[in-house]
Design a protein around this ligand. Structure first.
Ligand SMILES: [Ca+2]
Ligand SMILES: [Ca+2]
Length: 199
């Protein structure tokens, strides 16, 4: 009887610990720290300069009062070498949530690491109904650095990230290019293995 009680208490403690962990994960997901922000021009062009070599994610938010007011969001992963320029990095926008758009628009900026000489530039684009490509002008564009393979965004590569990548490779999760370790533009079980080995 006593042993049963102990097991019961342990299970309750585990459930509470897991709930707290998931709560704090939700609370953190809203805040984004970016290296820089800008607004795309009248042709949808954006440029970020003074970047050090590294892996970057570019996030875009756009609002249109048309159709009763709609938010668009988009994200592109890219890398740049030391002192080089990556041009034509397109960010494709689709209908997004107001919450995601506001997280991008309200991102806090820490530009202290912008001491490099690399440049990333491109266009913010969307497909009109019917497939025609349009440039999204005056969209909010932010750039953040990220650790390749860190799919739970905790700053480390662990077996959790490998499991998430495995889920992406089997189609049970939406693939994110942050999980593409070998740069072949797909998340496969090989990427999952590479994350596990990098641990
Ligand atoms: Ca991680
Ligand atoms: Ca890959």
């Amino acid at each position: 009887m006593k042993r049963n009680n102990t097991v019961y208490l342990l299970i309750i403690a585990l459930v509470i610990a897991l709930s707290i962990a998931s709560l704090s994960a939700t609370a953190e997901s809203g805040s984004i720290t970016a290296l820089a922000n800008t607004t795309s021009d009248e042709n949808g062009n954006y440029t970020f300069s003074n970047l050090p070599a590294g892996d970057y994610v570019i996030s875009v938010a756009y609002y249109t009062p048309a159709m009763g007011g709609k938010w668009f969001t988009g994200r592109t992963y890219t890398s740049v070498g030391d002192g080089t320029a990556e041009s034509d990095v397109a960010v494709w926008l689709t209908f997004g949530s107001e919450e995601d758009a506001n997280n991008i628009r309200n991102a806090s900026i820490d530009s202290s690491s912008l001491t490099g000489t690399s440049t990333i530039s491109g266009q913010t684009l969307a497909h009109k109904m019917g497939g025609e490509v349009v440039a999204m002008t005056n969209a909010t564009v932010i750039i953040s650095s990220y650790l390749k393979g860190d799919l739970d965004c905790d700053g480390r590569l662990t077996s959790t990230d490998a499991l998430i990548a495995l889920g992406m490779s089997t189609g049970s999760r939406e693939p994110e290019m942050a999980g593409d370790m070998n740069g072949d533009c797909a998340v496969t079980s090989l990427d999952s293995l590479m994350i596990l080995h990098a641990e």
